[in-house]
Ligand binder design. Structure first.
Ligand code: COA
Length: 255
């Protein structure tokens, strides 16, 4: 595992230098999270991919105040991919990160090797209660949002680290992340995506329900679908083996 900062973006790589003959999966976290969200994916996929997990601006170790638009984040991550000369880059994001990945695929017009969208949607309207909670009682938000984000089958113990991490992110940054989600709507543009896209959904996801994944599958011309049972919005942490297996199989079929 390697940790670096380039162009003001902090990131971890599962192996470094990146191998020229492997695709590079660029992991993009969701609202208020950071690169450590992908700890179960990063080195576990070393045999079949280069892996890079970024801290979006204002998150984790990346400086800045965050952004309130998906396109700003998309351009920042695309610039990092150029800077590290990632072989066969595959944007892979969850929730807000998934919106960033979709926007990168739209902006890139065929420049990526493929895409991976996990628990996300082409439109991410946010419950007004989420904005109220972040504004009025951020501590309470970090606790209760996690409960809403996981499956009833997931043990609370597994999430301690992510709750601790979430508390590190300033409330304003999280608020702006959700503003970016709330304004995101590319439902009518998905037909322009030319890459093959893996769409991963989770049975108990209440924040981006499987219906959103179905829409992505129906609208993006070339997709593969994977559905993770007994998992919620945070399936890469809740069911890492199943999510990794879905990514592994997708990468195999791309060759
Ligand atoms: N893909 C497919 N369908 C979508 C969609 C997506 N990304 N986003 C919205 N839709 C559908 C809705 O399911 C709804 O369909 P219906 O009329 O058949 O029920 C319709 O489009 C209108 O959606 P929306 O404008 O979101 O509904 P709303 O204004 O009534 O509800 C919320 C707003 C916030 C309550 C609702 O969007 C929601 O529950 N969101 C999930 C919770 C959340 O905050 N997630 C955070 C995402 S980061």
């Amino acid at each position: 595992m390697e940790h670096s900062t380039l162009n003001g973006i902090s990131f971890d790589a599962g192996q470094w230098p990146l191998k020229a003959d492997l695709p590079t999966v660029i992991f993009i976290h969701g609202s208020g999270n950071n690169r450590l969200f992908w700890k179960h994916q990063l080195t576990a996929l070393n045999d079949c991919a280069n892996t890079v997990a970024v801290d979006l601006p204002g998150h984790g170790d990346s400086p800045g105040e965050g952004m309130d638009d998906v396109d700003g984040y998309a351009q920042t991550v695309a610039a990092l991919i150029d800077a590290i000369q990632a072989p066969m880059p595959i944007p892979c994001g969850l929730s807000l990160g998934g919106a960033v990945a979709i926007q990168m695929l739209l902006n890139g017009k065929g420049r990526f090797h493929a895409g991976i969208l996990i628990n996300t949607g082409a439109r991410l309207k946010v419950l007004p209660e989420i904005f109220d909670m972040i504004k009025n009682d951020y501590q309470a938000y970090t606790e209760s949002s996690l409960k809403m984000a996981v499956s009833p089958h997931t043990e609370a113990n597994m999430l301690k680290a992510i709750v601790a991490e979430a508390k590190q992110c300033p409330a304003e940054v999280v608020y702006n992340d959700f503003k970016a989600c709330d304004a995101f709507d590319v439902m009518k543009q998905l037909g322009e995506i030319v890459e093959t896209v893996l769409v991963v959904s989770a049975e108990d996801d209440r924040l981006t329900p499987p219906k959103y994944a179905q829409f992505l599958c129906d609208s993006i011309p070339q997709t593969k679908a994977a559905h993770i049972p007994k998992a919620g919005h945070l399936s890469p942490i809740e069911r890492p083996n199943e999510v990794n297996q879905a990514i592994r199989e997708f990468l195999k079929k791309l060759q």
